[in-house]
Write a protein that binds this ligand. Structure first.
Ligand code: ADP
Ligand code: MG
Length: 269
């Protein structure tokens, strides 16, 4: 079998990939988390999966990254199975974790260089070039020698994206890239996601519960609802939609009669 390095050298020349999900179902024990999910992401597309908390978005993204195996159905990346290491190496599938998943004992530079060193993706100077390029694209060269504990929330997200970029991926998967950020920083991250598509000719799948982000950056948006794919459509269709599940997600109403809000009800004075 070819080594990791040979696989990477044989990789198609950074052409964005297509993702095909067919009848995907996932159970953990008796809990069914995903049910009959099917969609296709076109090469170079920014495809956003939005939905409320607990609707199965992260589980779905982990399947695309090859970190979980389907209970039923299948997933392919340009026809290949993402649970195989050779597929992940060939297309350099990269997942940007919600938490950033940085190693706290390593500097930003060392966090970024770790994977390329371990997988021998080049000589030391070549890896240095890759790392510095990723830091430059995200405008965070000045943070190369900082420790993760010294980073703000926005910086941490940028470092997490840069770490994915050093793999020179053909598929970039983002889990909640704007969670816990203020609106200005969230807008910056949205711009970065758009510009990376151009710079790296990458296919992007973004998971988010952030309605504004989803409808701003996406070519198409999938709405997850209770483990099923409710709708796949361009952003404009969502804004015009009268579907009750879509409307409920885009314009949630607080029902003050709901027992959860009983403490909020006006009390007679
Ligand atoms: N490894 C796991 N084992 C058991 N249940 C899980 C596991 N991962 C996720 N779940 C469950 O799957 C459901 C969907 O989770 P998740 O995909 O994280 O939701 P979202 O990202 O949309 O907020 C939740 O009910 C969660 O508890
Ligand atoms: Mg999640």
């Amino acid at each position: 079998m070819a080594s990791n390095r040979e696989n990477i050298l044989q990789r198609d020349n950074h052409r964005p990939v297509a993702v095909e999900v067919t009848g995907l179902g996932k159970c953990y024990g008796s809990q069914e988390v995903l049910t009959d999910v099917s969609f296709r992401v076109e090469p170079g597309e920014i495809f956003v999966i939005m939905g409320p908390s607990g609707s199965g978005k992260t589980v779905l993204l982990r399947h695309l990254a090859g970190l979980e195996s389907p209970t039923t159905g299948q997933i392919t990346i340009n026809g290949c199975d993402p649970t195989l290491a050779e597929t992940r190496d060939r297309f350099a599938l990269a997942l940007v974790f919600q938490s950033g998943a940085l190693l706290n004992s390593l500097s930003v530079y060392d966090n970024l260089a770790l994977y390329p060193h371990e997988h021998r993706l080049g000589s030391k100077p070549e890896i240095r070039d890759r790392v510095m390029r990723a830091l430059r694209i995200l405008s965070i060269e000045h943070a190369a020698h900082k420790m993760p504990s010294e980073l703000s929330g926005g910086m941490r997200k940028r470092v997490a994206i840069a770490r994915a970029l050093v793999m020179e991926p053909q598929l970039l998967l983002y889990d909640e890239p704007t969670s816990e950020l203020d609106p200005t920083m969230a807008a910056t991250i949205a711009e970065i996601i758009g510009s990376l598509r151009e710079e790296y000719a990458v296919t992007s799948v973004v998971v988010s519960h952030d309605r504004d982000l989803s409808l701003t950056i996406a070519d198409r948006v999938a709405l997850m609802h209770e483990g099923r794919l409710h709708t796949v459509a361009p952003p404009a269709d969502y804004r015009a939609s009268t579907d009750p599940v879509v409307a409920d997600f885009l314009n949630p109403k607080i029902d003050l009669k709901n027992p959860r809000f009983k403490n909020l009800e006006a009390k007679p004075s």
